[in-house]
Design a protein around this ligand. Sequence first.
Ligand code: IMP
Ligand code: MG
Length: 181
Amino acid sequence: MTEHIQLHDKRFKKFISKEEIDAVNKRLGEQITKDYNGNEVVFVIVLKGSVLFATDVIRHVNLHCTLEFIRAESYGAEMHSSGKVKVAHYTGIDIRGKHVIVLEDIVDTGLTIKEILAHLETMQPASLKIATLFLKPEVCKGTVETHYVGFEISPLFIVGYGLDYNEIGRNLADVYILDNE
Ligand code: IMP
Ligand code: MG
């Protein structure tokens, strides 16, 4: 397996394997199945980064569920959040009175997920929770409550498994971290 890769001007090294990700998806999917105890769930998938996580984790959920998609943008071509988040959806999302779980790839500053939650809360769901594959606790410092977390990681920039560096790297099966050496 490749240990180092180059994306645009940056070098990245292997950080988390697809096997570790598979195991985490199984754990999260089984936990959601248990917690929702036969209730129907709406998964709101945050484009674009969460698509790979979403398609894998929901295969471990043994409940009736529906899927909705939302778009949030804050990074642009940078490696840090711009601080301004735009939320958009292309289809009419009907979540009133329903149990909703937002599927997010990564919570960094927490700004994106906060904006998404505020947007969805106005639609009066019965409940609203967050499942994120990655969390940078030192960056978001508990400003947002995350209910299901795959991996807690250091504040470094990662790519792969849906996550991009200026739009490339999303197709990598493993996750890579910025190599500063
Ligand atoms: P936040 O608003 O700072 O929490 O950032 C959340 C969004 O920024 C995520 O949905 C990602 O699209 C992007 N992001 C944050 N950290 C990383 C990273 O390490 N690699 C790639 N994208 C990231
Ligand atoms: Mg992104």
